[in-house]
Ligand binder design. Structure first.
Ligand code: EPU
Length: 435
């Protein structure tokens, strides 16, 4: 008989005792999904670019390391949440697999590298726990601007024509956030005019447009699905503050409702969450707009609510798991339709461990609300699934232990500390795990 060896790893988990009502105030930092792209955009101009409201999360560390390998000097202060990026006159053009595989947002360097150096070798980020996540719209757009794109040994190898990228009319099949960002950053110094038709309109897209404008870029139609970029010969370094994180703000809003609490969210833009706050009103919450955010109060069991995820201004896919958690303890049944990431229902299996009644069929999930969930060990499968499981744990009877919280740490700064400040019974602790 062969002997097998069992290794024991020490990992961190969240241990939650359900039942607390969340009451108090929270402050939202800058958006992860904007900060990372703004850091990549700094590559477009030599000199020192300073970006404020950059959250202290692992992905920022990974992006900083990627920029260092490209030749930049990067300093991040967790205290002031400010990053300074000193970009040299000449930068490298290779983004290595060891970093890119850890964070899909690394693809954000693709556009700036081709624009600045005329070439890019960027490791293919590959699949993700939430779906296949293609890059075809990024590459097709670059090809329309005159670039050649090949896939060599796991790397996307892109070359701009002699004389640089050329402005053109690009029609996106789908308003992809990533493709819109790549093409914006590629077009801003291309010769002539580029039109991105069916562009994404997320607040994070508006943010990167505004930063590019502050660097000297010429962009019109910001916030609409038709972006017109008039190429300029060079950009200059800038100082910029990241837009606040609407997904984190939305997560706090759901936390208030699911625990029948009363939470005031500061540094949040309610306009970025119009449809989400409207849905929370439908489930029975009282939502009040404040000077720098909003307050959400709930005093009864929520009523189930249907949601359909869509590109902005539709309902954000990044709040879908949190709403499934909410529906799982609501009165009645709800249908949740996921239109962006086919594997985002993977976490439903974990939610079922808490007793939630969810049936999925393709991109639909039917949730029958139960009056009470029951605490159990569960595992986060991605950032937002992790947030959804924590919220469910807060309203489960007894103890819930959430594993794989490194996913949650990628999107939520000091999540458990902030939850505990609001009254949640949650601790982070080291836990031995078999490997
Ligand atoms: N798609 C393609 N081809 C492309 C580009 C996209 O098929 O060339 C598909 C994707 O496979 C997906 C859909 O289009 O099915 C949407 O993708 P999109 O490009 O809009 O998303 P992304 O840029 O990959 C960003 C956020 C996600 C967020 C989505 C949608 C970052 C780093 N990620 O992803 O955030 O869900 O936009 O809003 O900005 C998260 O924060 O947890 C997260 C996953």
């Amino acid at each position: 008989m062969s002997k097998s060896t069992v290794f024991c790893l020490i990992v961190e988990v969240f241990r939650i005792q359900g039942g607390a009502r969340l009451v108090g105030e929270v402050h939202v930092t800058g958006a992860k999904n904007s900060s990372l792209k703004l850091m990549a955009a700094a590559l477009l101009a030599p000199g020192v670019t300073t970006i404020h409201a950059v959250p202290n999360i692992l992905d920022v560390t990974i992006m900083a390391e990627l920029l260092r390998r490209l030749g930049c000097t990067v300093n991040y202060s967790a205290v002031s949440e400010t990053v300074t990026i000193d970009v040299p006159e000449t930068i490298e053009h290779r983004a290595d697999y060891d970093l890119v595989r850890r964070m899909r947002a690394s693809i954000a360097v693709l556009g700036p590298l081709v624009a600045r150096t005329g070439a890019a070798d960027v490791a293919l980020p590959g699949g993700d726990a939430i779906g296949s996540r293609g890059l075809d719209m990024h590459t097709a757009g670059l090809e329309r601007m005159g670039a050649t794109v090949t896939n060599e040994h796991g790397y996307l190898v892109v070359h701009a024509p002699d004389g640089g990228l050329v402005g053109t009319h690009v029609y996106l099949d789908f308003p992809s956030v990533g493709a819109t960002e790549t093409l914006l950053m590629a077009a801003v110094t291309a010769s002539g005019q580029t039109i991105i038709d069916n562009a994404a309109r997320e607040p994070e897209i508006v943010d990167i447009c505004n930063m590019l404008v502050s660097m000297g870029g010429q962009i019109s139609g910001i916030g609409t699905s038709l972006l017109t970029i008039s190429g300029v010969s060079a950009l200059r370094a800038t100082e910029y503050t990241t837009v606040s994180d609407r997904i984190v703000a939305g997560t706090w809003a759901v936390a208030a409702v699911i625990t029948r609490g009363d939470v005031t969210v500061h540094n949040a833009n309610p306009e970025h969450l119009s449809i989400v706050l409207e849905k929370l009103t439908t489930v029975g919450a009282n939502v009040e707009i404040t000077g720098d955010g909003f307050r959400v109060q709930m005093d009864r069991r929520p009523t189930a609510v249907d949601i359909v995820t869509l590109p902005y201004p539709g309902f954000p896919t990044d709040l879908q798991p949190q709403f499934i958690a909410l529906n799982s303890i609501a009165e009645g049944s709800a249908m949740v339709t996921e239109n962006l990431f086919e594997a985002r229902f993977r976490f439903v299996q974990e939610l079922s461990r808490l007793g939630a009644e969810v049936r999925t069929d393709g991109h639909h999930a039917l949730i029958r609300g139960r009056s009470q969930l029951s605490g159990a060990p569960v595992e986060a499968t991605d950032i937002r699934a992790g947030a959804g499981l924590v919220l469910a744990g807060l309203v489960s009877d007894g103890e819930t232990v959430v594993h794989a919280i490194e996913h949650i740490d990628r999107g939520y700064v000091d999540f458990e500390t902030q939850l505990a400040t609001l009254g949640a019974n949650i601790v982070r602790e080291a836990s031995p795990e078999l490997a």
